[in-house]
Design a protein around this ligand. Sequence first.
Ligand SMILES: NC(=O)c1ccc[n+]([C@@H]2O[C@H](COP(=O)([O-])OP(=O)(O)OC[C@H]3O[C@@H](n4cnc5c(N)ncnc54)[C@H](O)[C@@H]3O)[C@@H](O)[C@H]2O)c1
Length: 138
Amino acid sequence: MTYEGFHGSREVIAEINAGGTFGGLFATQCNQAAGSHGKVLHIIVSPNHLTDFEMNYGDDSAEAGRIAMDLCDGDEDRARAILDRGCPCDSADPEDGLELQRLRGQIAARLGYTSVEMEDEHGYSVLCLPGCEIRRAD
Ligand SMILES: NC(=O)c1ccc[n+]([C@@H]2O[C@H](COP(=O)([O-])OP(=O)(O)OC[C@H]3O[C@@H](n4cnc5c(N)ncnc54)[C@H](O)[C@@H]3O)[C@@H](O)[C@H]2O)c1
């Protein structure tokens, strides 16, 4: 399925690369929430979106579980955390939670998807990976 959402940033972005904190960029359905992250508003279109339901209960769920364990070096609690859309993290270091979000994106990337459902301070959010189209909203 495709996904379309807004991404706010401080500068114009021409393409999504695999670098940075998340290996992609976050998008939200709400243009005001996106605008709170920067006034340059973009539209991102993901051609192959992975829902949380598909990741955990769909045809790819067994493979998603194996990839999660691999990404987490066999740490079951950590693998469970990245299979959870909220990527729960009890570390005092906020960077640790961001790394869990990046790893969840890597499950989707390894399965061949271009975005994955997440949950953050905006509620429903989507981490958009290389392979998505990004363009200015205005
Ligand atoms: N910005 C939004 O519209 C938006 C939407 C939904 C949720 N969020 C939330 O906000 C938090 C911060 O997200 P953000 O997007 O504002 O972060 P951000 O703008 O601070 O950037 C995060 C990372 O993206 C990297 N980056 C810059 N250009 C890139 C590119 N072209 N391709 C790939 N990576 C690139 C940066 O180097 C940085 O490491 C997230 O944890 C998320 O939960 C933001």
